[in-house]
Structures are given as structure tokens and as C-alpha cells.
Design a protein around this ligand. Structure first.
Ligand SMILES: *Cc1c(COP(=O)(O)O)cnc(C)c1O
Length: 415
């Protein structure tokens, strides 16, 4: 009896669903713990219907905005939070922190090799965008990961010096195959750094990391942390925004950069969509769990089809990114087109590699999302460079991710 390729892939998908049951249960345990953490803060803070509305103009004494920031500070266990719809992206939130704190003569130290692509120009690691940290006289130092992918503790000890002002740690792997960092390992790293420089500011880029584990970096010693609301903490509902959480004085410095020194966080109206920032944060643990279920399915499914996946389906996860080593440009393009064609929005779009601002190589992106560029919704992207690795993340429902992954596999089978 002849069965079609599509039928074969559907059968494989059913088998994979069975294989991943045990891991799915673990994901649900974490989701439950994080739901509890989030709900506790909503009830403690006394969120009311009255907070779910926007305001205008300067936004003086804006209770909606203040209450939302109270929730973020509570959930991330920090003294303060700056949470604004008008922070445009994760990069913007990170820029507020770096430019808010660093002064001429200070040094920024990255301890896991090169940071995420969009930070390269901002820092001035290569090339230097006008207004980069480098142009302002802030120096940059980097400790690469060891060849086995582990943290080079000795290298960090040697790199720390009296000018080191910020140590930059990234929770997620970004566009690299290096291991992403668990909160447990981050705790060890931060403790190590403090042994040599007690007063250095430990900053964590938490993009894609929120609610994947039961603890957040700010619970294990990070001074300041930033992320995007169109990733994990927006719960798939936030239409725009970013957050900064951490120590009072540091969040104030970031806020001064966001508006102006002297006014800081005191102004800034709540957008009319602020209800979605509240509702999205509340839904975020569920949303992150769906993304994780989808990532685990996709990893196992493509492993069964003979591809290397990072992380492997049964490895511990610290972010929502799933990498698949496809091995050629044409496979990357096919995969992305398969994802795009199975999207609820713009399913007829035809992704092509392009020179995206802020990235060094051509990049191809598939995203049929309700919120433009929201990578908590299912998206697949890849820099066009060796060894041709595809990165997939998000997915508001695990079933949608499964449908899209099967479609991508089907596309790979086409000539
Ligand atoms: C997404 C991301 C950023 C920032 O990206 P934006 O597209 O500007 O939101 C920074 N660092 C990491 C690790 C990321 O995943």
C-alpha cells in the first residue's frame, strides 16, 4: 500500500507526540509554578478594572502604569521596574540600561562571547553606528566561551578590572549554537564575579528567558535585567513594549535615558492597550509553556527526520529557541516558506533572505503573526551563513506549531 509523504509525516508526528509525554509533564509543572507566582502578585497588588485603561499627555500620577510596574517588580523580585509600551524592542530596553549607566572611561564586559547581533553596532564591537558606546568612550571587552561551550571562569577573572562597570550576561542563545544559560549556572557565575568585583553591575539580557524556569536571574543576584514584551512576558497579547527591572538606582538611570534626566519614570502615559500588557503578563506562563511544547515537538520530529537539533528534545531548556541544523541555504528557504504558508496571517507571503538593519549576514524570516515581528508567536529565521542553522521560536499553541512543523518538513521534501 502506498502512502503519501504527507501521511508518513502525520504518522511520525503522532509517534513523536507520544515520545515527548514525559517532557510535556515537566513543562506543565513549571507553568503551574509560574502561574502561581504571577497570580500571587496580581492579588497582592490589588489590580482593578480601573487600572486597565490608558491615559494621555504627560501621564503624571498614572495609576495604571504604576500598578503594572509594581507587578513586574513583584514577579521578578526586584526593587523597581520600568515597563512601557513605548519601549520599542528588546534592543531598546537593553540600550536604556547600557547608555543609562555607562560613562566615558567605563568598560563593558561580555562573558559568553559576542552578544546578540543587534548589540554589536550599539556597543561598537565592529563598525560603529553613530552614537555607539564606543563613540562615547566606553570600552568593550569580551571573554569567549571555552571550546566545549562552557564559561571561561579563569578568563573572566583576568578580564575584570577597575574600569569594569557592567558585566553583560545573556540568558538565551540568540543566533549562536552556544549553550543558553540556566538560572542555576547564572547564580554560580554571578557569585564568582562578586568575589572579584563586589560593586560591578551585573546586567542580564533576559530576552526569551522569562518563565522558562521557575526562577528568574534577578532572584539569584542579577542587578538589572531587560526584555521585550513582544516576546515571553507579553503573553502573545502585548502589541508593543519592553521592560527593565532591578535595583532602584539602576532602573532610575535607565528611565532617565528613556525620557530625560530629571523626569525619568515620572512621566509617560499608559497606552490605550495597557489592558493587553496586564492580560498578557497574566497569560505569559501558559504562553511560554505552549512555545516550549512546540519546541520539544519540533526538536524530536526533525531529529527523527535525521537533522541535528539544538537543544536535543530531551535536554533541559532555558529559553524558547529551537535550532535545527539544516545544512544549506535552499533548505533554510524551504523551511521558512513552509512555516509561513502555515501561518494564520500572511500565509501567502514568500519569505526571501534580505539585508536586515543591525544584522551582519543576510537574514530570512518567516512570521505570520498578529503583532508585527512578535517572536512569542511562531516564527522561524536564520542568518544565511555556515552551517545554515534555522532558529524557530514561539508558537501560541503547540498544535499550531505541530501543523507548521509538519508543513515545513513537507516543503523540505519538494524538489
Ligand atoms: C530578541 C533578542 C534581543 C532583542 O531583540 P529585539 O528584536 O530588539 O527585541 C536581544 N537579545 C536576545 C538574546 C534576544 O533574543
Amino acid at each position: 500500500m502506498n502512502i503519501t509523504v504527507q501521511e508518513q509525516l502525520e504518522r511520525l508526528a503522532l509517534e513523536v507526540e507520544e515520545e515527548i509525554q514525559g517532557i510535556s509533564r515537566q513543562i506543565e509543572k513549571t507553568a503551574y509554578a509560574n502561574h502561581k507566582k504571577v497570580l500571587d502578585q496580581y492579588t497582592r497588588a490589588g489590580v482593578s478594572d480601573f487600572h486597565l485603561k490608558g491615559s494621555t499627555g504627560y501621564g503624571y500620577n498614572d495609576a495604571s502604569r504604576d500598578k503594572l510596574e509594581e507587578l513586574y517588580a513583584g514577579i521578578f523580585r526586584t526593587e523597581a521596574a520600568l515597563v512601557r509600551g513605548q519601549i520599542i524592542s528588546g534592543t531598546h530596553a537593553i540600550a536604556l540600561c547600557l547608555f543609562g549607566i555607562l560613562r566615558p572611561g567605563d568598560e563593558l564586559l561580555a562573558v559568553q562571547g559576542e552578544p546578540y547581533d543587534t548589540l554589536v553596532e550599539m556597543i561598537g564591537i565592529r563598525g560603529s553606528a553613530p552614537g555607539s558606546l564606543r563613540e562615547l568612550g566606553v570600552t568593550y571587552r569580551q571573554v569567549d566561551l571555552l571550546p566545549d561551550g562552557n564559561i571561561d571562569y579563569n578568563g573572566i577573572r583576568l578580564a575584570l578590572n577597575e574600569r569594569t562597570k557592567i558585566v553583560y550576561i545573556q540568558k538565551s542563545r540568540g543566533y549562536s549554537l552556544g549553550p543558553s544559560m540556566s538560572v542555576k549556572e547564572m547564580a554560580r557565575l554571578i557569585e564568582f564575579i562578586r568575589k572579584y568585583r563586589r560593586d560591578v553591575t551585573v546586567f542580564v539580557d533576559n530576552c526569551y528567558g522569562e518563565f522558562v524556569e521557575q526562577q528568574e536571574p534577578t532572584e539569584v543576584g542579577a542587578d538589572l535585567m531587560a526584555g521585550s514584551l513582544i516576546k515571553n512576558p507579553g503573553g502573545g497579547l502585548a502589541p508593543s513594549g519592553g521592560y527593565v527591572v532591578g535595583r532602584n538606582d539602576l532602573v532610575s538611570l535607565a528611565a532617565s535615558r528613556w525620557t530625560a534626566p530629571g523626569v525619568g519614570a515620572e512621566i509617560g502615559p499608559s497606552p490605550d492597550y495597557i489592558r493587553l500588557l496586564y492580560q498578557g503578563l497574566f497569560m505569559a506562563p501558559r504562553c511560554v509553556a505552549e512555545a516550549l511544547h512546540g519546541a520539544v515537538f519540533t526538536a524530536r520530529f526533525f531529529e527523527r527526520l535525521g537533522y541535528q537539533t539544538i537543544p536535543a528534545y530531551d535536554e533541559p531548556r532555558t529559553d524558547i529557541i529551537q535550532a535545527i541544523v539544516l545544512g544549506s541555504e535552499s533548505k533554510i528557504i524551504k523551511f521558512c516558506r513552509g512555516i509561513q504558508a502555515a501561518s494564520p496571517v500572511d500565509s501567502t507571503a514568500h519569505p526571501e533572505p534580505w539585508d536586515m538593519p543591525g544584522y551582519e549576514n543576510r537574514v530570512i524570516m518567516a512570521a505570520g503573526t498578529f503583532v508585527q515581528g512578535a517572536s512569542i508567536e511562531l516564527s522561524a529565521d536564520a542568518p544565511i551563513r555556515e552551517p545554515y542553522v534555522l532558529y524557530m521560536q514561539g508558537g501560541l499553541s503547540r498544535y499550531y506549531t505541530r501543523l507548521a512543523a509538519v508543513n515545513a518538513a513537507l516543503m523540505l521534501e519538494q524538489p
